[in-house]
Design a protein. Structure first.
Length: 320
């Protein structure tokens, strides 16, 4: 995982050295991270969250990179007002906010980032952020950076339109922590009876280096219910081999965020001869179709980051 510890002197000189005008106070100083957040109206909820979490001092660090979520990003996750931050434990809020901070200068011009594809960068809470950069711009965890490379006196600010949620564990743990994935977790447990290595792939303990990182298209409870697996009892009555074949058809090797899904086919971990999924990219987002599905599945929630997988919650069970 990449760490950055580069000085800001050159960036500050470029950004601020030629901005001084006649009549400016001789002691004028470039803005800090805190100044930028305070003076930007669309960061009002971020500022409130920082105050609630008692993290103001963290923004005083030097060589700090901040991925700053807008008010709309917080509202999309249910944080609609400063008071709403009181509804989440302080430690949990601090963990989320620290996931948006990196010690070190990270810009689109940083050599390692300039043409990166899912470059893991260590955040302040030690969990990785995944950076990709190219002709379409800078992305973090699959989310496009709205405004990049804002140079301030003690670091860099990148404005993001999504609240980045740190991983809560491996893929199985991440699924277990969701209210809408209970049936899938039960199916994984049952499938492991026939194919133990599938569980080791999903929980990140596999010794297969090519499968240390995967992408999982995770059918939610509604999807499994519609496919006939209405209860845990239904799942436990199913043949483990059948479930293993189904679930392996939902996983592919490597990390693929939603913005990296391209029209075409993806080979899955299924051992079947025809083991590919068909991806289509529409304005509303990517869809995924199994060979025997009449219609493609839609992504209900994309880019859920776990320690070993990118999870996309989908609304159908994919049929090989």
């Amino acid at each position: 995982m990449k760490r950055f510890a580069l000085p800001l002197l050159l960036l500050i000189a470029v950004a601020f050295g030629c901005q001084k005008k006649t009549g400016d106070p001789v002691d004028a100083q470039p803005k800090t991270v805190t100044d930028l957040l305070t003076e930007t109206p669309t960061f009002s909820l971020l500022k409130a969250a920082i105050q609630q979490a008692d993290l103001s001092d963290a923004l005083k660090a030097t060589n700090l990179t901040v991925f700053a979520p807008t008010d709309d990003a917080f509202k999309a996750r249910g944080f609609t007002s400063p008071e709403s931050f009181k509804n989440i434990p302080a430690d949990a809020l601090r963990n989320i906010l620290r996931y948006h901070l990196v010690i070190g200068v990270v810009t689109t011009k940083t050599p390692e980032v300039a043409s990166a594809i899912n470059l893991p960068v260590e955040s302040v809470n030690t969990a990785p952020l995944f950076l990709s950069n190219g002709a379409s711009g800078l992305f973090v965890n699959g989310n496009k950076v709205i405004k990049s490379d804002q140079v301030v006196a003690n670091g860099i600010v990148h404005t993001v339109g999504s609240l980045l949620l740190p991983p809560t564990g491996d893929a199985v743990t991440a699924l277990r922590n969701r209210a809408d994935m209970g049936l899938l977790v039960a199916a994984i447990t049952r499938a492991a009876v026939a194919r133990p290595e599938l569980l080791s792939i999903l929980n990140g303990t596999t010794s297969n280096t090519t499968l240390k990182q995967i992408t999982l298209f995770a059918p939610n409870d509604a999807a499994l219910t519609a496919a006939g697996y209405r209860t845990v009892a239904d799942i436990n009555n199913a043949a483990p081999a059948t479930l293993a074949n189904l679930l392996s058809y939902h996983a592919v090797a490597g990390l693929r965020f939603s913005n990296q899904l391209q029209a075409g086919q993806l080979q899955t971990l299924s051992t079947a001869t025809n083991n590919k999924l068909t991806i289509a990219v529409a304005t509303a987002g990517p869809t995924i179709k199994g060979n025997a599905n009449a219609t493609p599945a839609s992504v209900k929630e994309a880019d859920i980051v776990s320690k070993n997988a990118i999870i996309h919650a989908i609304d159908q069970l994919l049929q090989p």
